[in-house]
Design a protein. Structure first.
Length: 463
């Protein structure tokens, strides 16, 4: 505020308004006052828009960090397999079972996770989940027996169960439908790229310091993620209004989700595609390559596996780009599944000497397996908004069942004297099956969405 003093008259100059104050006389310029208020209101509106935009990106970024950490933990078991087997005297089946414990808890928690997000929002849920995840990591690093390690892996799975769905929920809450698929693809890219390069560093840490010390460092990082969640994650204003949100009865919510044909087809498609990451890259890829190339160091093996994550990270946004260009979604999904199966089969069955060719094959396998991110767009478009969290969780549950089912199953096949090529044939066959599942997907999601929304609201009204 600038003040001018002249012959007993104080003139307070405010932008766009002048107020003259003399001893007994006050003169307001109503026209300028109105103009000033309009300018201020517009400024406030623009400021609020910018603040909301900033908050949306901060929320999305924090949720993506959580997803990165979840993916990172999923990918560490293969690197720690030798150390775990030595310390706890485990068979291959037990190694697969211990790794699968993470995913058992992850899968079991998915439906409760979706219901919790639909009712409580993202902030409270992610704070509790990140604390639980930190405790699980520290517990595994301190475990002295197989059962203790198994319980710690279960706790880690429970904490991680909220990560990916939380990112989907935050993205759907803060951004438009047009931005959803692309941002989910970018989140996958950032998370998988981080895992790809982090896995190489993880291999070095395990080699030099052992798996326990490495997990202790990971636990400290998980605590930092918890602080990020506490200070940044917020629910959008639409979820904080005084008006009580419409709550769908639990039985009706589960019925609408579990009877949705699109969710099951898309989920089984994702089950097949994500097995590249969950089963091969996260666990059995390292022992397979170590057996094929006995002189190869753990560092080089982890580099080969990391190429799959890089390919998936690049392929995700490319899938989203193709869909945004109005290319039929189910055709993209079918083509990518077919090509992923082809390149994976060549990488497993063809005796490859030049490592450069193997790098390319694993990269292309990861690139084309990235089409599983389109599963969540299919699910989001096939269900009413009130059930979005539950539906996304159900789809994610079906996807992640590939780990607890296939990891120990492949371990059992190896114990029964099947070789790696024969055991890994399961993944190749499922990728071919996924091609036909994609072609069965319908393009009538919007009509089904409207019908389900009408049924849900009518049921709530009757209640």
């Amino acid at each position: 505020m600038i003040i001018y003093v002249n012959k007993g008259i104080n003139c307070y100059i405010i932008p766009e308004i002048a107020i003259l104050i003399n001893k007994n006389e006050i003169m307001y310029s109503w026209q300028l006052l109105l103009k000033f208020l309009l300018i201020k209101l517009r400024f406030i509106r623009v400021t609020m828009f910018k603040q909301r935009r900033l908050m949306s990106w901060l929320n999305w970024g924090t949720a993506t960090i959580y997803v990165f950490f979840q993916f990172f933990l999923q990918a560490t078991t293969g690197l720690m397999a030798a150390g775990l087997s030595q310390d706890f005297h485990l068979t291959k089946t037990q190694v697969g079972t211990l790794s699968a414990a993470f995913f058992v808890a992850y899968v079991v928690m998915q439906i409760p996770v979706g219901l919790a997000y639909d009712r409580l929002g993202a902030r409270k849920i992610l704070i509790a989940a990140s604390i639980l995840l930190s405790l699980g990591i520290f517990g595994l690093s301190l475990s002295q027996a197989y059962w203790q390690a198994y319980v710690a892996r279960l706790i880690m799975g429970c904490g991680s169960a909220f990560g990916f769905v939380g990112m989907l929920y935050v993205t759907a809450s803060w951004f438009s439908n047009r931005q959803f698929t692309m941002l989910v693809g970018i989140s996958e890219t950032l998370a998988l790229m981080g895992v790809a390069f982090g896995e190489v560093g993880m291999a070095s840490l395990i080699t030099h310091y052992g798996w326990r010390s490495t997990l202790y460092i990971a636990g400290c990082c998980a605590f930092l993620v918890t602080l990020f969640v506490i200070f940044i994650i917020r629910d959008p204003e639409v979820n904080l209004q005084a008006k009580e949100p419409e709550v769908i009865p639990l039985k009706l919510a589960l019925k609408c989700v579990l009877k949705n044909r699109q969710i099951w087809l898309a989920g089984l498609y994702g089950f097949s595609l994500v097995s590249i990451i969950n089963v091969f890259a996260n666990l059995w890829g390292v022992p397979f390559l170590a057996q094929r190339y006995p002189t190869m160091s753990l560092h080089l093996v982890s580099t080969l596996i990391s190429v799959i994550f890089i390919g998936t990270g690049i392929g995700g946004p490319f899938c989203a780009y193709l869909v945004q260009k109005k290319i039929d979604r189910h055709h993209v999904m079918a083509l990518f599944a077919l090509l992923a199966g082809l390149f994976f089969a060549i990488a497993v069955y063809w005796p490859i000497s030049p490592l450069g060719i193997l790098y390319c094959l694993l990269f292309l396998t990861g690139f084309f397996s990235a089409s599983y991110i389109l599963v969540f767009e299919v699910v989001k478009d096939s269900i009413a908004k009130e059930l979005r969290g539950t539906a996304l969780s159900a789809a994610n549950m079906i996807l992640m069942m590939s780990a607890p089912i296939l990891q120990p199953l492949i371990g059992k096949l190896l114990e029964l004297n099947f070789n790696f090529k024969q055991a890994l044939s399961l993944i190749a066959m499922m990728l071919i099956t996924a091609t036909f599942l994609a072609l069965r997907l319908s393009n009538k999601e919007k009509k089904q969405n409207l019908i389900r929304r009408h049924v849900i609201k009518a049921s709530v009204f009757k209640k």
